[in-house]
Design a protein around this ligand. Structure first.
Ligand code: ADP
Length: 457
């Protein structure tokens, strides 16, 4: 049972429960039908006797022989309406004298004769193995005392119960079969999308098609589950793709300095060189080594940032003093005669990570130096929740503005700049982790301004 399909299990249990429910209902119906029929037969007997009693009277002489039957008594006549029912609805009725002599009507209880004539309430009597519901009623007239008796054989109610049982025994199994069949069809219909999910998951896990989706288009729970799985697969596929691109970009980026180092070494070792040539070769190798080391540092930082959750290890920190600190460290660089100006509003606090925010600002400032013009200016500004770094350097073409935050992206004009193209991806990632937004405005030849907007505390 454990390894059976859900459809099988549901069908099995639904059939079992339905059969049990139908069996219990059948028993209950049979029992209550028995009781109701019994009660009905009893009240039939009583009403028939009472109705017939009204159709009898004692008269001194026959009046209307067409509508009545007249039986002579000691004094006068017994007038019996022709409507007097001997046998109706299985109830036999008969009229007796006070002494118990049968005067009129059918008497299936002749064996009991002379009648006891005491049963003023309904009683059960057994005659020749057949049970009868019996009711007797005294009719007091001035002239004479009479008894009227009603009796219904039990076979009457048993007969009806048998009919009901017969119909039920035929109908109920048919009903079970019908209910089980429609239940199975319904279960099958409802659960069939699960098979699609299973098939799609199987194809994906066998590596046949990572782009495969369930596409359920249903509005119910299974549809929502499939949509969630599809969304999860989208994310997984995207992150696989990103990882793949990252690895390929990283190896591509490392290949250039490695090739330069190897080529330089091969060239230098071809023949004996002068001290000056060796020194020159080593300078080239050192520069490429430094580039590789910076690239590896950036890649490690980026990977670590990728693994962090938004808001993780954040605490309120004084962004104003952090900016002041970084600015004074960076101002020492003094590359290309560029001056760094710092305009910081004091007392600005954000929820953040000190190390990450230092990295964010350092990256923006070092880009401003790298892409700044000779004797240019850099302006770091912190006002309210906005931190910006502006320069008057080479600027960025409109078509590139969207791409500069991509990993390993470098504009053609920046290729020779020495950066690996990870600086702004790191800035963007750090901003995301702080719930902040980075934006850039730039004009070629005029300069750029990068702005980071922090969320309220
Ligand atoms: P890189 O290591 O090349 O600087 P970044 O991710 O920091 O990588 O920057 C990506 C690209 O964005 C750079 O190659 C450059 O073209 C452009 N860029 C970044 N900052 C500036 C800036 N302040 N002025 C002009 N261009 C910039």
């Amino acid at each position: 049972m454990k390894n059976k399909s859900i459809v099988f299990k549901l069908t099995f249990w639904v059939s079992l429960i339905l059969t049990a429910a139908v069996a219990i209902t059948f028993l209950a119906v049979r029992l209550s039908c028995g009781a109701v029929l019994h009660g009905t037969i009893k009240s039939y007997v009583i009403t028939t006797v009472e109705e017939n009693a009204e159709k009898i009277s004692i008269v001194s002489a026959p009046r209307d022989t067409a509508a009545n039957v007249y039986l002579p008594l000691d004094e006068g006549y017994l007038e019996i309406d022709l409507d007097f029912m001997d046998v109706t609805n299985g109830v036999y009725t008969a009229l007796y004298s006070a002494q118990g002599a049968l005067l009129y009507g059918e008497d299936p209880l002749a064996a009991l004769s002379p009648p006891e004539l005491t049963a003023t309430r309904i009683v059960e009597k057994k005659v020749n193995g057949v049970s009868y519901e019996l009711f007797e009623m005294k009719i007091d007239t001035d002239a004479q005392q009479l008894w009227i008796r009603g009796a219904a054989p039990e076979s009457e109610s048993a007969q009806r119960l048998k009919q009901i049982t017969g119909i039920s025994l035929f109908m109920l199994p048919a009903l079970i079969v019908l209910a089980v069949l429609s239940g199975v069809a319904l279960i099958h219909n409802l659960l069939s999308p699960l098979s699609d999910v299973e098939r799609a998951a199987g194809q994906i896990s066998r590596g046949e098609d990572l782009g495969r989706r369930i596409n359920s288009r249903r509005g119910d729970e299974i549809g929502r589950l499939s949509d969630s799985l599809d969304r999860m697969l989208d994310r997984l596929e995207r992150s696989f793709e990103t990882e793949r691109r990252f690895t390929s970009d990283a190896s591509h980026e490392l290949r250039t300095p490695t090739s330069v180092i190897l080529a330089q070494a091969d060239y230098t070792l071809e023949k004996p060189r002068t001290d000056g040539e060796y020194r020159e070769a080593l300078e080239v190798i050192k520069k490429q080594g430094e580039r590789m080391s910076a690239l590896i540092d950036d890649m490690l930082s980026y990977t670590r940032l990728e693994q962090r959750e938004k808001g993780e290890n954040m605490q309120p920190l004084d962004l104003s003093s952090l900016c002041e600190e970084i600015c004074s460290q960076c101002a020492i660089i003094g590359e290309k005669g560029i001056t760094l100006e710092c305009d910081v509003q004091p007392g600005v606090f954000v929820n953040g990570d000190r190390l990450m925010l230092s990295r964010l600002l350092t990256n923006l400032i070092s880009n401003a130096y790298r892409y700044g013009k000779q004797d240019g200016h850099i302006r770091v500004r912190l006002e309210g929740r906005e931190l910006s770094v502006a320069d008057d350097g080479i600027g960025i073409a409109e078509s590139e503005l969207e791409k500069i935050f991509d990993r390993f992206y470098r504009s053609d004009s920046a290729r020779s700049g020495g950066g690996a193209g990870l600086g702004l991806s790191i800035v963007k990632k750090i901003a995301e982790l702080h719930g902040a937004e980075v934006s850039v405005k730039s004009a070629v030849g005029e300069g750029s301004i990068f702005t980071v907007k922090f969320p309220p505390l």
